[in-house]
Design a protein around this ligand. Structure first.
Ligand code: CP3
Length: 350
């Protein structure tokens, strides 16, 4: 990244909490099945190929930028891709199926990480291709799953209430800590490679962590995510998104060292601000289900999120979880237009 260009990006300025007129907007899973041009590419290429073939990944990553004018691109990958490099077979059809689960301390021996060049050799070429395709139009977000959420997939296959993960943690906390350590080390290596190849910000997805009660959420999920963030070079903004649905979880998030906290759609942005303080940048948090409803309601609810932030610096507009595959594209356009109209009417923000 050319440092003389960076300050112009509203997304990066918001990550740093700088006051700006406009609220940057992007949405989680912005390149995905709701887009006809994504579905067209998927007719010709498998999901894994879209993640691993540089030109295909670059074209897909740029699709939502080209259609809607989002203020940031997110690298098209999946949080489970690095598991392939740990010796775990993963298939997407489209929900992920893992070749085996980790249920006991002996199972830990089945996992390995021999460095990013062996485990994820595609990642640097893919990022270079995406950057070349984007030509500096918008910053690029790299990402990984948080160690706890990766562990939850390895133990439980992302099942509904993580019963097996929570019981593993209760039964054998030492072995569970070893699993988290292994995942944290791999994730530092993986994200450092992404930063080295040119991503402008990195995001950790901890979408399974909210199944833990707040105290365990703090000392297991948030603390391990922090271990990863501490291992990264300074200067690249970091975003931590936990699906964290209660006031107790928000209080636990206060300790996170991430520059930006992604907010769950089930908490109010105003309440999150009251708990987290105004110094921390926040990202979110419209309920993605709203995009399946009528246009008037989309405008009302998007404006209500903006109003809850009350013009404070450091707000990145997003959904409070990934977009649903059956979302109409006109609803996404209306959402982006609503947020962008807001930016050109600074009086509304005070
Ligand atoms: O945000 C983006 O646009 C970047 C790409 C991205 C994908 N998955 C693409 C994808 C990101 C950041 C993810 C993160 C991810 N993947 C998470 C964390 C966030 C969350 O939504 O909870 C999780 C838990 C996964 C695991 C995963 N991958 C699931 C549960 C599924 C199936 C879900 C579904 O929509 O059916 C996937 C597959 C997947 N990852 C798809 C996409 C676009 C669908 C693949 C296809 O059919 O084309």
């Amino acid at each position: 990244m050319n440092p003389s260009v960076a300050p112009a990006y509203s997304f990066l300025r918001a990550c740093r909490g700088e006051p700006i007129e406009e609220t940057p907007v992007w949405i989680m899973r912005q390149a995905g099945r709701y887009l006809p041009e994504y579905r067209a590419i998927r007719e010709k290429h498998s999901f894994l190929d879209v993640c691993r073939v540089p030109e295909v990944c670059a074209a897909v990553t740029a699709q939502p930028i080209e259609r809607f004018g989002f203020d940031a691109a997110i690298l098209f990958q999946d949080i489970l891709i690095p598991l392939l490099g740990m010796g775990v077979p993963v298939e997407f059809d489209p929900s992920p199926k893992l070749g085996f689960q980790i249920r006991t301390r002996d199972d830990l021996d089945r996992l390995r990480w021999e460095g990013v060049d062996a485990a994820a050799p595609h990642i640097r070429p893919v990022i270079r291709a995406v950057r070349a395709h984007l030509q500096g139009r918008v910053p690029l977000i790299g990402f990984a799953g948080s160690p706890f959420t990766m562990a939850a997939y390895l133990v439980d296959a992302g099942s509904r209430d993580l019963a097996k993960t929570r019981s593993f943690l209760a039964r054998d906390p030492e072995a569970f800590a070893r699993l988290l350590d292994l995942l944290a080390d791999a994730t530092v290596d993986y994200l450092k490679a992404q930063i080295g190849a040119g991503v402008d910000a990195v995001m950790l997805f901890d979408t399974q962590a909210g199944w833990l009660p707040p105290v365990e959420f703090a000392r297991t999920a948030v603390a391990t995510a922090d271990r990863v963030l501490r291992g990264l070079p300074k200067g690249t903004p970091t975003i931590y998104f936990a699906l964290a649905p209660s006031v107790g979880h928000l209080e636990a998030l206060r300790a996170s060292r991430a520059d930006v906290l992604g907010l769950d759609y089930r908490v109010s942005l105003a309440q999150a601000r009251a708990i987290l303080g105004n110094q921390r940048a926040v990202q979110g948090n419209l309920d993605p289900a709203v995009l399946l409803g009528p246009g008037e309601e989309i405008v009302i609810r998007a404006e209500s999120v903006l109003r809850e932030n009350a013009g404070r610096p450091g707000h990145i507009f997003n959904l409070g979880h990934g977009i649903f595959p059956d979302t109409p594209i006109d609803s996404v356009k209306l959402l982006v237009d609503t947020v962008k109209r807001h930016r050109s009417a600074p009086g509304v923000r005070s």
